[in-house]
Write a protein that binds this ligand. Structure first.
Ligand SMILES: [Zn+2]
Ligand SMILES: [Zn+2]
Ligand SMILES: [Zn+2]
Length: 422
């Protein structure tokens, strides 16, 4: 007969579960009694298998997932990342880079106030935030106040804004110092393992969402885990980025170097059914765009993902897909307006072919039985036009469309903007 030694089953906290797993790894109890402090002290003086350590800190598959479980894990991981109190380390990093910020990168919501300056901007989608305008010198410039529809401040970004128009706090991305070596060495391996774990969880959630649109039971748990983990990791990384641009640049390098991660992060809006979490994820991605190589790697994945959303809009027969999946509208102006980037994408990623294919699909959808474009339309907003605005792509596209579509016929939609006839 089996005797249950603890008739009143004890519900262990997430903290206790981590301690149990660390004990099983052979870490002495007296060290673990000192919490994260003890673990770091032990890890420093003993060669521990870092993979096993990180696995023990992250929840196991069977563990119940709520918002606290990943939060608890992140506290432990941060202690290991910084080999000490993470708050202290972040404060020190912030002090190191005080007064020498490279870029602003303030992220806007809908209808936030910003400034355009036609004298300083490289294209009309560029803008800077109010503090950056006030701390800069735009005397006798051609500027105006605008309401933003999202996006981020371009101050410090030489691809968007003239150097003379940078404010006194932002000196350009090349000013950003690399992360001190000892931080990079302790943070790198743990961050890589965490990013990989995140990718795996997102992939599982993506697979179950594709198998069945109505996710229940185990599948629902996988989606919930992906959502909670994304929320926690993004919040942590945003906090890191807020403290230090060196850290932001370091993180962005690790993200684009992790094979397949960017791809799944871009697609996450399709299966993480929570606008708040997706919005935060996009905020992090926007911040990381200040790292030029990240921007290039992101852009390549973006071009790859682009047709998915346009085709979703076509199959839904409305542009609601652009609201439901906001990545395209948030990032197109960040990517397809950069003069140093767009020609590379045209050459290396067949950007022009991708855009034309998308437009082709729109027109096929709009065509009547006689093969001519009809009065109805798919993309009610000027989304497609906006994406190619100000680029070589736009002029080629509109030239081709002008030649082939006869859009001045009042009975057909105007392919320049895809606005329906009045
Ligand atoms: Zn700014
Ligand atoms: Zn600034
Ligand atoms: Zn100006």
């Amino acid at each position: 007969m089996e005797i249950d030694s603890s008739p009143e089953s004890v519900v262990l906290s997430h903290y206790d579960l981590i301690i149990q797993r660390l004990l099983r790894l052979g870490i002495p109890r007296d060290k673990l009694n000192q919490g994260q402090h003890g673990l770091v002290a032990f890890a420093k003086s003993n060669r521990l298998n870092i993979g096993e350590l990180v696995s023990a800190i992250l929840p196991t598959d069977g563990e119940e997932v709520d918002e606290d479980v990943f939060h608890e894990s992140m506290i432990w991981l941060q202690w290991l990342m910084f080999e000490g109190d993470p708050e202290e380390a972040l404060e020190n990093l912030a002090k190191m880079s005080a007064n020498q910020r490279g870029v602003c990168g303030a992220v806007w919501g809908n209808n936030d106030i910003a400034y355009r300056c036609r004298t300083c901007e490289h294209d009309p989608t560029c803008a800077i935030c109010v503090p950056c305008f006030e701390n800069g010198n735009h005397k006798d410039h051609d500027y105006s106040v605008i309401y933003t529809g999202g996006g981020c401040c371009d101050c410090g970004d030489i691809t968007a804004w003239k150097r003379e128009g940078f404010c006194s706090n932002h000196k350009g991305a090349e000013q950003i110092q690399p992360l001190p070596k000892h931080f990079a060495e302790s943070l790198g391996p743990i961050l890589d393992l965490l990013l990989n774990y995140w990718k795996e969880k997102l992939l599982s959630a993506k697979i179950v969402s594709e198998e069945s649109p109505r996710v229940v039971g185990h599948a629902g748990e996988l989606q919930k885990a992906a959502k909670e983990l994304t929320s926690t990791v993004v919040e942590m990384l945003l906090d890191f980025c807020k403290h230090s641009e060196s850290l932001l640049s370091f993180i962005s390098q690790r993200v684009y170097s992790s094979a397949g991660l960017l791809d799944i992060l871009l697609r996450a809006e399709r299966f993480i059914m929570n606008g708040g979490v997706v919005g935060k994820l996009h905020e992090l991605l926007l911040k990381m765009l200040s790292e030029p190589i990240f921007k290039y790697e992101f852009a390549k994945v973006f071009v790859h993902y682009y047709p998915t959303i346009v085709n979703a809009a076509i199959s839904e027969g409305s542009d609601a897909a652009f609201k439901k999946y906001p990545l395209l509208s948030t990032f197109s102006v960040q990517i397809l307006t950069v003069p140093t980037l767009t020609p590379r994408l045209v050459e290396e990623m067949n950007l022009l072919g991708v855009l034309l294919q998308c437009l082709g699909n729109v027109f096929i959808y709009c065509a009547g039985e006689d093969g001519r474009l009809q009065g109805h339309y798919v993309l009610g907003s000027s989304r497609v036009q906006m994406k190619v605005d100000q680029t070589a792509v736009y002029s080629v596209l509109t030239f081709d469309l002008d030649e082939t579509c006869g859009y001045k016929d009042p009975n057909v939609c105007d392919p320049m903007t895809l606005v329906p006839p009045e």
